[in-house]
Design a protein around this ligand. Structure first.
Ligand SMILES: *Cc1c(COP(=O)(O)O)cnc(C)c1O
Length: 223
């Protein structure tokens, strides 16, 4: 099956799931998770109509995206992997959206650089560790409200929404519901949740952005 066929199937599934979305109007959009994919596969996705892409590593993104963005100025590039504080400057110079704002030290560093330069980055999602897994990035659900207010009010960061990666091997729906509740009570509109295996559920729970890798590109090349 070609990428174009897989995209067509995903698009149909997204549209069906949106009929049950609590958002009005429903507005789930596909973000292609292109980590490990080469330029040719990405160009194929662009040609098929994909406009949002997500990369996990700042360095890999810098190797691939400056030229791609020049050729396709309407593309929005999101960072969906962890960000080290020493990579903030590079990240703010390339990504349109950073979805993995997950701790105070990182927020402070971002604010410092964003206020002294003109970053490409125009909005942020806060990553919430909905499963409270010790090894996983993200702010704990208990601390999320205070952290959102801190980023918005003290640091003046444009926080657009929330992102989560539910624990492997658990039903994802309760995690998506928790993320939606936190967003709602804080007045945040964007919800990045759902991957290849669970994006229909995520859309039914209110996702505005689903991050899809293998279902679109096929199995990832080893990197
Ligand atoms: C790789 C990745 C995805 C996509 O995963 P698939 O299961 O291949 O769809 C989504 N979100 C994040 C944060 C990822 O790292």
């Amino acid at each position: 099956m070609t990428l174009r066929n897989r995209l067509a199937e995903i698009t149909i599934t997204i549209e069906k799931a949106m009929k049950n979305s609590p958002l009005s109007p429903p507005r789930a959009r596909l973000l292609a998770a292109s980590k490990g994919q080469g330029i040719l596969a990405i160009e194929e996705a662009v040609a098929a109509g994909v406009e949002w892409f997500g990369e996990n590593r700042v360095q890999e993104a810098w190797e691939k995206w400056p030229e791609l963005k020049k050729r396709h100025p309407n593309i929005k590039l999101h960072l969906i992997g962890p960000l080290q504080t020493n990579k903030v400057r590079e990240a703010l110079g390339l990504f349109d959206v950073i979805q993995t704002l997950d701790r105070e030290k990182l927020a402070v560093e971002i604010a410092k650089i964003a206020n002294s330069q003109h970053p490409v980055t125009s909005s942020y999602f806060i990553q919430v560790n909905t499963g409270e897994e010790p090894q996983k990035a993200g702010i704990s659900p208990k601390e999320a409200d205070a952290f959102i207010r801190y980023c918005q009010n003290e640091l003046a960061l444009p926080v657009a929404g929330l992102m989560c990666i539910p624990p492997a091997g658990q039903p994802p729906a309760p995690h998506f519901a928790l993320l939606r509740d936190i967003a709602q009570r804080n007045g945040l509109k964007e919800l990045s949740m759902g991957m290849s295996g669970d994006f229909e559920t995520a859309i039914r729970m209110g996702a505005s952005c689903v991050r899809i890798g293998t279902a679109l590109f096929g199995e990832r090349p080893n990197t």
